[in-house]
Design a protein around this ligand. Sequence first.
Ligand code: NAP
Length: 247
Amino acid sequence: MKILILGGTREARELAHIASGERGFDIVSSLAGRVRDPLLPEGPVRIGGFGGVDGLRKWLVANEIAAIVDATHPFAGTISANAASAATDLGLPLLHVRRPGWSEKPGDRWIRVPDLDAAAHTLVGLGDRVFLTIGRQGVAAFARLTDQWFLIRAIDPPTGELPPRHELLLARGPFSPADESRLLAQHRIDVLVTKDSGGDQTDAKLAAARAAAIPVVVVDRPALPVDAVVAATVPDAWEWLCKWKSR
Ligand code: NAP
């Protein structure tokens, strides 16, 4: 009754921690292997892509996986879709763990966009100095913007083409609202760009943007399959796993 936890998030590590301490739960966590120095979950871990849906399907069969928990980041749309497709093909139960997205508060000036290209398009006219906090992937969508200056923050250096005028800040959250406010002031930031990651690890920048009255371009999440079973929190995911095990 082995369970695969697709990870790379705090929720995945918390779930692995809980399951590792329980008798009878045989789990294996999977990481994509993108970050140089990943925070490892408790228990067995495998690292690296599976090789698309086909590779994932084969891996699930070879490793006798009985259930899948997709606790990947809300923006890891490909692996979530691959998990959904492989689970359907093999008739495996699948739970997606998705923390709720952020919502606008009084004083916020958010502009919601469907993807990174739309975010780049929207930036024109919003300000000259941009704080780009979308992680290391997808920065290339902003590479054509030659008029703006970018402060690009990511855990590891971004891949692909970068905007010509930028400074790179390598850092891993959580960050405090005071630190974020200082950063905005220090770099005279006019506009913030973020993915709607949700959670409290990286939301301090939103409070700082509110306090500084600067606009925030918020990129919406990729959609999950319509029939997806979703848990918003780790306790909900754990309850789902316990119910599945005792069915
Ligand atoms: P993605 O676009 O959905 O996935 C791209 C490919 O990476 C997948 O097709 C798969 O390769 C491999 N992959 C992704 N997650 C994997 C996992 N947990 N285990 C094994 N292979 C995995 O994902 P992404 O946006 O590149 O994110 C990669 C990882 O970083 C995810 O695990 C995610 O939880 C974490 N993360 C992502 C973000 C973000 O903003 N996207 C932020 C924080 C953490 P194959 O097709 O070869 O199987």
